[in-house]
Design a protein around this ligand. Structure first.
Ligand SMILES: [Zn+2]
Length: 289
């Protein structure tokens, strides 16, 4: 009885404890930063840090402050999933604010002010620009890797979003599939050309902010995520996420976490379990065995 009381008190303390966002050495943290109707994801493992997208134009400061708050001054990699404004808009500011080693982007040009501004700052700071291509790997540590799943070198798409760098982060038994804005065409190709075990993931960062252009039924069945994260703005003008997509997730009993509803979402992986927090509170434990 005493033991049970001890357990329940411990659990209560755990639930009431604010989440400490300082980086721990043996865990991988994935921060889905709330940047409204845009994407920005920070991955940390010990001293290593990788930023995937940097929000829209004007989000550079929000993203930079968030990263600084964690005590990070160096970004080993920045991945621009694709050069749309809601993914690279804030990237020039972030690059100005940090010691950035390498920037990775799919091999597509996009003659907008944001894109040009990004290239300008890369040149100014003499930062290597790598072409993100299927098969590339960023090794963050022992059994901690980020693999580029798409696009392939010869890829040609009608929808520009489909050129998005699709990344799979794996940490021992845990995995995260980050879709950028890739849609059903890419999903179809992945199902045909990528091994199922590289598609199957615990957490799915939904393609294209939960739009109807992504997350087909067949793809969802192959990924079989426990949790879906949607990076989306409150009352956004595109009406994202799509109702039918949300319904699809519900039918598969997938937990849905949305930045428009709970703000920044932080997933912490110890290699076996994934725990989700907001900036201040515990949300849920995943993969408890
Ligand atoms: Zn987008």
């Amino acid at each position: 009885m005493k033991f049970i009381r001890f357990l329940s008190i411990s659990l209560l303390i755990l639930l009431l404890m604010p989440y400490d966002v300082t980086a721990q050495s043996n865990v991988v943290e994935v921060h889905f930063i709330d940047v409204g109707q845009a994407d920005s994801i920070l991955i940390t493992y010990g001293e290593k840090a990788v930023l995937v997208d940097a929000g829209d134009n004007g989000d550079g400061e929000t993203v930079s402050n968030y990263i600084k708050k964690l005590g990070i001054s160096q970004l080993d990699y920045i991945v621009a999933t694709h050069p749309h404004h809601d993914h690279i808009g804030g990237m020039d500011d972030v690059i100005e604010n940090f010691d950035v080693k390498t920037v990775m982007m799919p091999d597509v040009s996009y003659p907008t002010v944001h894109y040009k501004s990004l290239l300008k700052v890369l040149k100014k700071k003499d930062i290597t620009l790598e072409k993100a291509r299927k098969g590339m790997k960023i090794k963050l540590g022992h059994q901690v890797n980020i693999q580029v799943i798409s696009p392939s070198k010869e890829a040609e798409y009608e929808d520009f979003n489909d050129y998005s760098a699709v990344l799979r982060l794996s940490h021992k038994e845990n995995s995260f599939l980050l879709m950028g804005d890739a849609g059903v065409e890419v999903e179809k190709q992945m199902l045909e050309k990528v091994k199922r075990k590289q598609i199957k993931s615990d957490v799915l960062k939904m393609g294209h902010h939960g739009a109807s252009s992504a997350t087909s039924e067949t793809f969802l069945k192959a990924v079989t995520p426990e949790t879906a994260v949607i990076s989306v703005g409150k009352n956004n003008r595109y009406d994202f996420p799509d109702e039918n997509v949300i319904q699809r997730l519900n039918e598969h009993h997938i937990s849905v976490l949305r930045t428009d509803e709970i703000g920044t979402i932080i997933a912490t992986s110890d290699g076996e379990n994934i725990v989700f927090h907001t900036d201040n509170n515990l949300i849920s434990h995943k993969k408890d065995k």
